[in-house]
Design a protein around this ligand. Structure first.
Ligand SMILES: NC(=O)c1ccc[n+]([C@@H]2O[C@H](COP(=O)([O-])OP(=O)(O)OC[C@H]3O[C@@H](n4cnc5c(N)ncnc54)[C@H](O)[C@@H]3O)[C@@H](O)[C@H]2O)c1
Length: 286
């Protein structure tokens, strides 16, 4: 039995984040149109299969496609909510490359209508959501987007980062607490309505800039702590000390909790799209 008032969602970017997210909505009987520029991904999903490796996801996608709740395409179509989960890598000189976000925003602009919400999920430098609004506004001057001082808004916009662990995405998408960073309080409320469809974790209300910075902070924290364990391993190798024993002993301190050393920072997130610090000045609250 469908529990929400949300009827249609479009997820832009059907990779490790976008496809499981699309599948979660579809499994709650919301009509989902997934959009990806990768024709192979689109064709595979429409066959009820998956092009990525993630436990349990194949069964959920197969059921969603077979029951008609999930469909993939290369061209955006109208929907009530748009979620963007495209790559945000570094380019030369560790500059964040927002070309994918811009392309995704500009691709959905023609199909946006009054009452829509656009949510950016990609790990992004602070200010990206505001930048996205500028790209959307330029493409659709007929629609009112959240701007400082604006009281009337046609399309709500929010930043809601993803923090799932590959291999456990299906469970964590549902159970993890989620930051809801609307450009305005009304945007946050709309975004929360979208995630309430399948999220059982807490929805933590904030604003877009804080949400963007929180995701970068979480990634930096993980990166530094993994690096600390790995540095210890290198030092112990030189000093002929068993690093596992060392960490076990140190962790008996009531306020020390060192991670286990490994091959380095891995996964599809921190090592790929680590994010960046702010590229834009803070704006005044609307
Ligand atoms: N994978 C993770 O564990 C994880 C966790 C948290 C956050 N993130 C962040 O989420 C974002 C997406 O990561 P991912 O791992 O899903 O990436 P991914 O590379 O697996 O998937 C991205 C998808 O977007 C598609 N794409 C690119 N440009 C597009 C466009 N203009 N329109 C439609 N589709 C487009 C690509 O073809 C690809 O299929 C990144 O910012 C990443 O840092 C990832």
């Amino acid at each position: 039995m469908k529990k929400s008032n949300l009827n249609s969602v479009s997820v832009i970017g059907l990779g490790y984040i976008g496809l499981p997210t699309a599948a979660m909505f579809a499994s709650r009987q919301v009509k989902v149109v997934g959009v990806d520029i990768n024709r192979h991904a689109v064709d595979t999903i429409n066959e009820g299969k998956i092009h990525i490796v993630e436990p349990e996801l194949d069964m959920i996608v197969h059921a969603a496609v077979t029951e008609g709740y999930l469909r993939a395409t290369t061209r955006p179509e109208p929907a009530e909510a748009f979620l963007i989960a495209v790559p945000t890598p570094f380019s030369e000189g560790y500059k964040p490359d927002l070309a994918y976000v811009r392309a995704a925003a500009e691709s959905i602009a023609p199909v946006l209508t009054k009452g829509n919400i656009v949510i950016l999920e990609s790990t992004s430098p602070v200010g990206t959501t505001e930048q996205m609004v500028e790209w959307l506004s330029a493409a659709r001057p007929d629609l009112r987007f959240p701007q400082p001082g604006a009281t009337e808004v046609d399309v709500h916009v929010a930043y809601c980062p993803e923090r799932v662990l590959p291999g456990h995405v299906v469970r964590e998408l549902v159970e993890n607490d989620r930051i809801i960073g609307g450009l305005t309080a009304a945007c946050s409320e709309r975004a929360a309505q979208v995630y309430r469809v399948f999220v059982t974790g807490d929805l933590l209300f904030s604003n877009a800039r804080t949400a963007e910075m929180s995701k970068l902070t979480e990634n930096a924290f993980r990166d530094v702590n993994i690096a600390f364990a790995n540095e210890l391993s290198l030092i112990c190798g030189k000093l002929d000390i068993d690093v596992w024993e060392l960490i076990q002993l140190a962790n008996r301190h009531p306020r020390v909790n060192i991670l286990q050393p490994g091959a380095g920072v891995g996964g599809h997130c921190i090592a790929v799209d680590p994010g960046s610090s702010s590229t834009r000045r803070p704006r005044k609250r609307a």
